[in-house]
Design a binder for this molecule. Sequence first.
Ligand code: HMG
Ligand code: MG
Length: 321
Amino acid sequence: MASDDRYPKSVRIVDVSPRDGLQNEKTVVSVETKVALIDALSATGLHAIEAGSFVSPKWVPQMSETAEVLARIQKTAGVSYPVLVPNLKGLQNALDAGVQQIAVFAAASESFSQKNTNCSIADSLIRLRVVAEHALAQGLQVRGYVSCALGCPYEGDVPPSAVARVACELQAMGCFEISLGDTIGVGTPLRAQQMLRAVADSIPIENLAVHFHDTYGQALANILACLQVGVAVIDSSVSGLGGCPYAPGAAGNVATEDVVYMLNGMGIETGVDLQKLAAAGRFISQQLGRTPASKAGLAFNTARDVSTGATLDTIVQSSDH
Ligand code: HMG
Ligand code: MG
């Protein structure tokens, strides 16, 4: 039970690491590794894992094997495996792969829309409307993203009204949930609240999610601020992996381990097993040859290395409730 009425009792976490986390990796990540990551995440209690994208392989080569990944993962009951789709070709590939949920993505900034999808915001919305219509007709669920919700790498500040406008378009085309993306991680808590409130003026807060990259170390603070406004869906990436190829300088997403640690401490249910999650973060970090960017993940790792009897894992678990 939440210890404070200002916060939701439970939060749904959408782990985007297999897609947002890996799409920008320079070295090839094998299908086996992606499958092992998704299977490890499926065992943690997460309800949503963004498994990949059906975008142009010329634009994002790292995601070119999404169909093979989807064919090989062990799908767990109660877990959804959405994929990003930019156009009808991507939708057809997603349908062929048996996907049940797609995510369409638009931007609140013109320059980013051009760089990321090679068209204006208006044209992208026309394209996505057709995609959503076909997807819904096939019984798929459609999620929407608004990128550059707190800033654009090419234009700087983005007004909340521009975010709200695009979010409303996505809702009108049938998106069940709209994720507001701080693509380059420039947001700070009060600005995040202001942006979220501007969108929530038109769209029920239950249909909104937040998606923070952690470039300036503000992501957890921003999430806390948005929880206070009532959001209860959070995108994050195990081990803090991530970045967008068309958002230069952007850091990874907020780490799922850190989000779960914070929510556990606040008495907010996620259903996620933090130890299993930290193990998944350790696995993918080892595969990529780097230290986990998650503070909680690092603390768990350190605890494994010291032989003091009670490990930090045990201490954290027992102090959670
Ligand atoms: P385009 O070049 O204008 O497309 O790209 P086109 O329709 O002219 O097609 C060009 C070629 O690509 C053709 O092949 C098409 O068949 C092929 P060719 O005839 O030259 O051999 N093609 C495709 N192939 C496979 N799957 C497809 C597909 N579409 C076309 N779906 C397009 C336009 C939108 C396709 C391109 O710009 C694109 O794929 N962009 C995606 C970029 C991307 O994935 N960015 C990262 C995800 S967004 C993000 O990270 C932000 C987020 O995390 C939230 C946040 O943080 O804010 C979601
Ligand atoms: Mg992102």
